[in-house]
Ligand binder design. Structure first.
Ligand code: AHM
Ligand code: MG
Length: 329
């Protein structure tokens, strides 16, 4: 199917792509395709609501804080509900865990057919929505360990164990980026057809073009090595690009190369981004596209999580540039 889709210009939807991938695994039950189809449905519904948010007056704060102590946006709550409704009915899902909810939701135990855990950040970068910024949904799929009773323990798996990860970027177009462990593919929503259509297969991150992406306003509180890297970059004609919305920043790096960093800061000594549903899915995508990702000095995908909402410092992007940052650390 790969050659057919890319070389003939035939239309290939996300759904047919996943079915075709699954058919390569003898004995595959189709459960996995059902989950991706639920995520894709949620992505279309969220894209629609994001696009109409100003018209429907659903921008601004919801008036509550989430478990991270962050102010929830009204659109965070809406996106979370949409994902919960789309995924809640899928028979093979054991556990759903969201950035917006303190505890994971157990849908069914292993003995009841719960094979997978789905973790997500429903609307990452939502604080940029008021100014019409690009936002995204980040997701990852893990196997449920049927012997583990605690939902939090079963989702605390190192990123290496992810069986699929992706994000949906709600920008000028709606992009669906996914990896199931054999490369990274990009789909774009055709709103008239109502499907995500394959536009790029086997994305490879280019080598660095002297671009870094970091919230430089916090430089004074970064650990020394990050400060030294930035000084070096300033002296070597680097350019800076930072949107403040992880999906948009990672998408740019996936297509154009460079390095993204969210280091530890005074206010976030472990970094701001969450390991399980932000750092790990992005690290898997970047590695599958030939780039690399580290948490401080450890490969992000090798970090053993201890709790659902654990934070982690994150560096990812073109392998040569990530290595350069690591050398400074
Ligand atoms: P959120 O999940 O509450 O939206 O926060 C995560 C976002 C990321 O999208 C982005 O990389 C980061 O926060 C930006 O943080 P800062 O404004 O501190 O630069
Ligand atoms: Mg987030």
């Amino acid at each position: 199917m790969n050659e057919t889709a890319s070389s003939t210009g035939n239309l290939f939807s996300l759904q047919s792509h996943i079915l075709s991938e699954e058919s390569r695994h003898p004995g595959a039950s189709g459960d996995f395709s059902w989950i991706i189809s639920a995520i894709s449905l949620a992505g279309k519904a969220i894209a629609h609501r994001v696009r109409r948010a100003r018209l429907e007056n659903t921008l601004g704060e919801a008036g509550a804080t989430n478990v991270q102590g962050e102010l929830q946006q009204r659109m965070d709550v809406i996106a979370n509900e949409i994902l919960m409704r789309c995924l809640g009915s899928r028979a093979s899902i054991a556990v759903l865990a969201s950035e917006e909810e303190e505890e994971p939701t157990i849908l069914r135990r292993g003995s009841e057919g719960g094979k997978y855990c789905v973790l997500f950040d429903p609307l990452d970068g939502s604080s940029t929505l008021d100014t019409n910024g690009a936002v995204g949904t980040i997701f990852t799929i893990l196997r449920n360990d049927p012997l583990i009773e605690s939902a939090e323990r079963t989702v605390c798996q190192p990123g290496r164990k992810q069986i699929a990860a992706g994000y949906i970027l709600y920008g000028p177009s709606t992009a669906f980026v996914i990896t199931t462990g054999s490369g990274v593919d990009l789909f774009e929503l055709d709103p008239f057809v109502g499907s995500f259509i394959l536009v790029k297969q086997g994305i490879r991150i280019p080598t660095s073009k002297r671009v870094y992406s970091v919230n430089e306003a916090y430089t004074a509180s970064f650990p020394h090595g990050y400060q030294e890297y930035l000084k070096w970059a300033h002296a070597n004609d680097y350019s800076s690009r930072y949107i403040g919305s992880l999906c948009a920043d990672v998408h740019r790096i996936l297509i154009d190369g460079g390095v993204f960093m969210y280091p530890p800061t005074l206010s976030h000594p472990d970094g701001k981004l969450r390991l399980l549903y932000e750092a790990n899915p992005m690290a898997m995508i970047v590695e599958q596209a030939g780039g690399s990702s580290i948490c401080g000095t450890t490969p992000t995908l090798d970090v053993q999580p201890n709790k659902l909402h654990q934070r982690a410092p994150l560096i990812l992007g073109s392998s040569d540039e990530v290595k350069r940052v690591a050398d400074f650390l």
